[in-house]
Design a protein around this ligand. Structure first.
Ligand code: SF4
Ligand code: SF4
Length: 121
């Protein structure tokens, strides 16, 4: 079980089920998963990649308030391959004041940060 620094839950956020690609389901990035209803409709049978995914907000690695939850902030932050990955859930969110604040805080930790910007629709 991954270390949880603070006791947070996803609540009604489902940003990762929309923004991230899931190869096992042929789900492309930035499209809602076909199993997403009010939560995951195949929760007990969801792919391993879904089981393993926890974003950095959920772990309390940034953000003191619920305002920085990924669906509200417009950014999902997670660690992968010794890099902090940041994906926009809303076009331009990484350039908004709240998004830049999170990115600067991550950069101060002297880690490699990769930002995945979202094309405007
Ligand atoms: S983006 Fe984070 S808080 Fe939102 S549903 Fe995924 S793991 Fe939970
Ligand atoms: S299978 Fe479930 S947990 Fe995985 S992306 Fe789809 S809705 Fe989300």
């Amino acid at each position: 079980m991954p270390l949880r620094i603070v006791n947070r839950s996803c609540g009604d956020c489902s940003a990762c089920c929309v923004t991230l690609d899931v190869a096992e389901l042929q789900k492309p990035a930035h499209q809602p998963c076909k199993f997403l209803r009010k939560g995951c409709s195949i929760y007990d049978a969801r792919p391993q990649v879904c089981r393993a995914f926890d974003c950095a907000w959920l772990h309390g690695l940034y953000g003191l308030t619920g305002a920085q939850r990924p669906d509200r902030l417009g950014l999902i932050v997670w660690a992968s391959d010794a890099t902090i990955q940041v994906a926009e859930t809303r076009p331009g969110a990484s350039k908004e004041k709240a998004g830049r604040t999170v990115l600067y805080a991550l950069a101060r930790r002297n880690v490699h940060v990769r930002v995945h910007e979202m094309e405007p629709k």
